[in-house]
Every structure is written in C-alpha cells, then in structure tokens.
Design a binder for this molecule. Structure first.
Ligand code: ATP
Ligand code: MG
Length: 138
C-alpha cells in the first residue's frame, strides 16, 4: 500500500466540480485516508511548492493556489503515486490523455484541476505538510 497527496485546485472548487473529482477517485478504487478543505496563504503555497522556487511561473502559481479554497486528500492504494499521476494526465490539459482528469476538468497549464505527488519523497513531504497523524482514518 502506498499513499499520495492529491489536491483539488481552486478553479474546480469555485466551479463546483469537487464531487465529480471525488467520484472519479472512488471509482478508481483509491481509499481516501484523510481529507479537508482549506485556503492556503501565499506563504503556505510557497512552502508547498518550494521545489519550484525560482521558476518563471512560481509567483503566478502560488498566487493562484492561494486564490481560493482547495480540497487536500491522502489517497491510498497499490502504486497510488504513479496511478494517481496517470489518472490526472499531463501537466498541460491541452496535452493530457483522453479520459484523464486534466483533459476533462483542466483549463490551462496553471489551472490544471488537480495535483499529485511525483515521488515517494515528495509524497512524504506533502502529506506531512497538510496532515497530522490523528487526521487519518483507518
Ligand atoms: P502538480 O505538481 O501540480 O501535480 P505537475 O507535477 O504535473 O503538477 P509541475 O512541473 O510540478 O507539474 O508544476 C507544478 C504546477 O505548476 C503545475 O501543476 C501548474 O499548475 C504549474 N505550472 C507548471 N508549469 C507551468 C508553466 N509552464 N506555466 C504556468 N504554470 C505552470
Ligand atoms: Mg509536480
């Protein structure tokens, strides 16, 4: 069993498509081990995306991620990290695979609907960034 950190990004929450994404997650047989809704401050978004500090899109990305509430979740399952990335699709919705979440729900390369950890190391950091032990449900 593996855990990954998923985020439903602000434009999806604003549009009212959270339920559709959660339905998809359940249909794909992930277990939702933890979940909450929150609005990041700009500094919290910068901390979360620290690996991108210095890139040209860093300021715009962290402003966007703190522009409204997001839903953060810990998804559990076999190969959860790789499998969730596959279901999300490519970073740019225009290049995302048919049937992927970003293809269906993404707007552009920044407003691309969802986030997923990209390695075991980033999953450990990202899960710890948002959740304490008592927030997990067996
Ligand atoms: P995420 O980390 O959100 O799951 P990802 O791993 O597919 O996405 P990253 O390279 O980690 O992509 O980029 C993090 C986020 O930064 C992207 O999801 C997107 O919102 C934004 N981003 C990435 N590349 C660009 C770009 N060229 N222009 C604008 N925003 C970008
Ligand atoms: Mg990434």
């Amino acid at each position: 069993m593996e855990r990954t950190l998923a985020i439903i990004k602000p434009e999806v929450v604003e549009r009212g498509d959270v339920g559709k994404i959660i339905t998809r997650i359940e249909e794909e047989n992930f277990k939702i081990a933890a979940m909450k809704m929150l609005r990041l401050t700009k500094a919290q978004a910068e901390g979360f995306y620290h690996v991108h500090r210095g890139k040209f899109f860093f300021d715009e990305l962290t402003t966007y991620m703190s522009s409204g509430p997001v839903v953060v979740m810990v998804l559990e399952g076999e190969n959860a990290i790789r499998r969730w990335r596959q279901i999300m699709g490519a970073t740019d919705p225009a290049k995302a695979e048919e049937g992927s979440i970003r293809k269906e729900f993404g707007t552009d390369i920044q407003r691309n609907a969802v986030h997923g950890s990209d390695s075991q190391e980033s999953a450990a950091f990202e899960i710890g960034y948002f959740f304490a032990g008592m927030e997990f449900h067996a």
